[in-house]
Design a protein around this ligand. Sequence first.
Ligand code: GAL
Length: 376
Amino acid sequence: MNNKLLTLAIILSIFSVMVACNSSKKQVMVKSEKFGSFSGKDVYLYTLTNKKGDVIKLTNYGASVVEIDVPDRNGKRENVTFGYDSMEDYLKGDLYFGKVVGRYANRIAKGKFTLDGQEYSLSLNDGVNTLHGGNTGWHSRVWNAQILENTDFPAIRFSYSSPDMEEGYPGNVEVEVVYTWTDDDEIVMDYKVTTDKNTVINVTNHAYFNLHGVGNGDILDHEVIIKASAFTPVDSTLIPTGEVRKVEGTPFDFRTPHTIGERIEQPDEQLILGRGYDHNFVLDEAEEVDAMAYDPSTGRVLEVITDQPGIQLYTGNFLDGTQKGRGGKVYNYRSGLCFETQHFPDTPNHADFPAVLLTPDEPFVSSTTYRFSVRK
Ligand code: GAL
């Protein structure tokens, strides 16, 4: 073989090794399987595996997180989020586990708001109020799904077109969320929402976490930090009163670590109204990590990083053990906690809260990361 041919052969073999590596990388990164169907649309379960071998599972029903398998300090992997085994279970079960909720996450008082001089009425699905976008909010829709190619990490884009006046909200709205599962065990959630008419939006992910591994007890021993100097107190229907109250000297001060259980039963008016923690925290600006939970028994740590102004800490106060999730695990009272990154509840009726107006001129773009690690 002359020199030129030899060089060509070497280049070709390097190229084919690169192609093989690349394609095998892609093959193992995201696997999809049929999960069921709903409303005439196919629903899939997607398994995303990172280089550590840690796994998350997602579905395009409600753009949900179904499972998060991460190690404890001894390397034992367990699922730390709530989800169901089948589409049938999702249809029978709790509406919000791991779902993207919208158009308006959290509550709108009496299901009414006024925008540009016009009053809008929403369905009342939480007593006298509207919760998480109404009866058929984004949690109950089949989203389009696209597995992203040529990314450094496994990633999927879910998108949904919400027609004008869906659930009573104005504007044709396009929403997408890109989930990326990094090699540092981070779920990065990148949201983008656009509209053709002025409207209001508030999107979040409603994942429940139990760092013991779900099904292994409650979350009362989880140590939590929330970098928030204030919170928004609620009335008896969990609607903010409008006050922004300092956390100092209250059971809502999580600026230094406290377990959930330490103060949750105190005879504090707000804890009684919330049946525990079910409140929006007003995040301090310029904090790199906005919230954290640590389980001393397994060493698992969850950090939350967001560009949103608030986090709803919800301690599973409405869970009652009637829901059985993946692998038959029972979801008991306070056996999961949520860090719902968001704008404040009922903002359309509170001019002083950070605005939630979405106009055709500028998309809403936002990012939240849930990062898992262990402490030795
Ligand atoms: C939370 C809300 C709770 C409860 C839960 C769903 O976001 O703050 O009050 O409604 O969703 O069960």
